[in-house]
Design a protein around this ligand. Structure first.
Ligand code: NAD
Length: 412
């Protein structure tokens, strides 16, 4: 199933519950604008490389559009379109005053030198600067991009439009970035895990947890859960699964991974298994925090966890979602579970616009507040309508975007 088909399927399930009319569904599903641009830049050897860049602006009924920039060889229009729509539903479910967008370039950034990466980013800004801005569309980091790329983007955009760091988020902390942005998505996953388990009357100490991926999201989620007394019994990265039935020493692994170039390869303080083994372990809580589509109809019946938190975007495909839901496995959907990152991006934008810096404590408190409210609303919606947390989250998101569209006069 194509990426946009999965998102649209969840949309339709929720829209059926809401009895959203066909004409409104069509309006909400179709992106406002899709831009494909040529990005040409000079390689270090003097040759010229030409690649394709995208920006999809899905919806702006609730505010300026917001969404990351992905540099990855698999980037195509369909993927960017699906991720842009997900951003609309994500910002709506957390009640951030934004719409949704996404962009990217079809290239493997690891094949570029730092100077080439910078020249490519600046060429991309040259091609799209007129359609992004602090009040229209605010990019952020995603797969293959980081705070340095955000810095080049801001600098190039300001050459056309003048000083305005709120044009992009995920900037370096010493250059208009927000404290706590880096940990935000993983911390959000951890905060939500605590809330979810409390709702189902499970104490953290009883909750053996496995986390797939020990990158930005997985490592910070592991750290938060370890500090909240969860026995994290397994984590994995590309190098394999690391297991300890009594609970891993996460602080040690966190430090090791940072020193080792964000990889666990060579860590000896745990039992080793193949990377794929993690998903099928006998645990209470499973957190896929690496890639999309890792749980499909092929392996859904082997999943033994009672609860799954979707830290990655789209780790469970719709067919597997139906199979797991039929087994009453509780799933916290990605549009809520990994919304901590965009929430702190919003805090960064607010600080930039006010020229006022928040402390890390304030960022953490406000993150907790925003995600708690969103979680409680989704939980209530799910109980009131007897639907899954995913359908409940989409129902809330769609009804908010629909209402804003009607109030703004877009639905004539
Ligand atoms: P990352 O690149 O920092 O980390 C990815 C991790 O997954 C690495 O540890 C890598 O080794 C591991 N991995 C890759 N393939 C694997 C496999 N087959 N088995 C086990 N581990 C594997 O990425 P990230 O920023 O942590 O993002 C992870 C996911 O979360 C992505 O789906 C991303 O779209 C989503 N997400 C990230 C953010 C954010 O703020 N970083 C926000 C929202 C959603």
């Amino acid at each position: 199933m194509r990426a946009s088909e999965s998102t649209n399927l969840y949309f339709q399930q929720a829209a059926d519950q809401l009895k959203t009319p066909e004409w409104m569904r069509k309006m909400l599903l179709m992106p406002k604008r899709e831009v494909t641009v040529q990005v040409s830049f000079e390689r270090d050897n003097g040759s010229v490389e030409t690649v394709v860049g995208y920006r999809v602006q899905h919806d702006n009924a609730r505010g300026p559009m917001k969404g990351g920039l992905r540099y990855h060889p698999a980037v195509d229009l369909d993927e960017v379109r699906a991720l842009a729509a997900l951003m609309t539903w994500k910002t709506a479910v957390t009640e951030l005053p934004y719409g949704g967008a996404k962009g990217g370039i079809a290239i493997d950034p690891k094949t570029l030198s730092k100077k080439e990466l910078e020249r490519m980013t600046r060429a991309f800004v040259d091609a799209i600067h007129e359609i992004v801005g602090p009040d229209t569309d605010i990019p952020a980091p995603d797969m293959g991009t980081n705070h340095e790329v955000m810095s080049w983007f801001r600098n190039q955009w300001e050459k056309y439009h003048g000083f305005n760091p709120a044009v992009i988020t995920g900037k370096p902390v010493e250059e208009y970035g927000a404290k706590g942005r880096e940990e935000a998505t993983g911390r959000g996953v951890g905060l939500l895990a605590v809330k979810l388990l409390k709702r189902v009357n499970v104490r953290p100490e009883q909750c053996r947890t496995a986390i797939q991926g020990f990158g930005n999201v997985g490592s910070h989620a592991s750290k938060f859960l370890f500090e909240s007394a969860f026995p994290v019994v397994a984590v994995s990265d590309l190098s394999g699964t690391y297991y300890n039935a009594k609970g891993l020493n996460i602080p040690e692994m966190f430090t090791y991974s940072i020193k080792n170039g964000n990889r666990l390869e060579g860590f000896t303080g745990a039992e080793r298994m193949p990377a794929e083994a993690l998903l099928e372990l006998d645990v209470d809580l499973l957190i896929p925090a690496a890639l999309g589509d890792v749980i499909t109809k092929e392996n859904a019946s082997s999943i033994r966890a009672k609860t799954i938190i979707e830290a990655a975007n789209g780790p469970i495909d719709p067919e597997a979602d139906a199979l797991l839901s039929a087994r009453r496995i509780l799933i916290l959907p990605d549009i809520l579970a990994n919304a901590g990152g965009v929430t702190v991006s919003y805090f960064e934008w607010v600080q930039n616009r006010q020229h006022y810096r928040w402390t890390l404590d304030r960022v953490r408190q406000e993150l907790d507040h925003t995600l708690s409210d969103a979680f409680e609303n989704v939980w209530q919606q799910s109980s009131n309508h007897d639907v899954s947390l995913r359908t409940a989250a989409f129902m809330l998101a769609i009804s908010r975007v629909q209402r804003a569209t009607e109030l703004g006069g877009g639905a004539v």
